[in-house]
Design a protein around this ligand. Structure first.
Ligand SMILES: [Zn+2]
Length: 138
């Protein structure tokens, strides 16, 4: 999906920059704790579960399931004209990530537990934003 307009500035920082570079390459990655095998999101230099610092980066599968959703009926940013839908997704790797749902919505209004797949909205200057589509639609 091509998106017009200015890319909203992501939060910067050493670890966030690495995550955003992966997103811009269309392959989001996160640090994973070597001790407890949990993904660390947002990225951190220390596992929030066991406080270990050995956190090699791995790409995400892109799969997840909807745990919550809402529809915005008001435009807050010109890049996101209303109405648009935002989903909270439990990634297959564990963390919950919030982003937009693109494409068709569930036909029967049963959202919770539906499988989604990460996709990337393309903005200007090569920037991308991770979003989701229903897995059945991809
Ligand atoms: Zn850990």
């Amino acid at each position: 999906m091509n998106q017009t307009g200015t890319f909203p500035s992501p939060v910067g920082g050493l670890l966030e920059d690495r995550m955003w570079r992966g997103i811009d390459d269309g392959r989001m990655a996160l640090p994973f704790c070597q001790a407890c095998a949990r993904a660390v999101y947002p990225p951190s230099g220390c596992c929030p579960h066991c406080l270990r610092t050995e956190l090699p980066w791995r790409p995400l599968s892109g799969m997840g399931r909807i745990v919550s959703w809402t529809r915005f009926h008001r435009t807050y940013l010109p890049e996101y004209p209303a109405p648009y839908t935002v989903v909270a997704v439990a990634l297959a790797e564990g963390p919950v990530m919030v982003s937009r749902l693109l494409g068709p919505e569930p036909a029967n209004d049963e959202w919770i537990g539906l499988a989604v797949r990460m996709c990337y909205a393309q903005f200007d200057k090569g920037r991308k934003l991770p979003c989701f589509r229903l897995a059945a639609e991809t």
